[in-house]
Design a protein. Structure first.
Length: 164
């Protein structure tokens, strides 16, 4: 009986002295590179390539598609398998300029950022992002879990965690 009690105390001591798990960033999370925009907001660039967003899926294969329908087929067939390698972006709450770049998609793309479950979170939307160009969206992001996608190319849904 005494040894069980001592073992329990040692286990409790280990839990109390271990560093908090919340300070570790999960390996599936990434803090993207950011700079200051001219207006003082934080500039976050998101690069869209054929069928994917690079920041959410940095190890994606270079897909080829000539139409959004082909991208939809690619993502419907493979997105669930690829999700385990997706990276969730982690940033701090604040004023942002989101620069969404159409890297090499041969048609105009779009961008949709919204709260994953909380419809009260801010949204950011852009459309008609021409090949080889980008669009900037100003948004004040509040803490919460967001998702982003391209509704034209039907990319997978990627995650963005905004923390205090």
């Amino acid at each position: 009986m005494t040894s069980l009690f001592a073992t329990g105390l040692l286990a409790l001591h280990g839990l109390l002295t271990a560093p908090p798990a919340a300070t570790k960033i999960p390996s599936s999370d990434v803090v993207p590179p950011m700079t200051k925009a001219a207006d003082g907001s934080t500039l976050l660039e998101l690069h869209q390539f054929v069928c994917v967003f690079q920041e959410g899926e940095p190890d994606a294969l270079p897909y080829t598609a000539k139409t959004p329908t082909e991208c939809e087929r690619v993502n419907r067939a493979s997105a669930d398998k690829r999700k385990k390698s997706f990276k969730r972006l982690r940033i701090r709450a604040g004023r942002y300029t989101l620069r969404v770049i159409n890297g090499n998609v041969p048609w105009p793309t779009a961008f949709d950022l919204r709260g994953e479950r909380d419809v009260a979170l801010p949204t950011a939307v852009a459309s008609e992002i021409q090949p080889g160009t980008g669009k900037e969206i100003k948004v004040a992001l509040e803490p919460g879990q967001y998702v982003y996608t391209d509704p034209v190319s039907k990319t997978a849904t990627y995650e963005l965690l905004v923390e205090r």
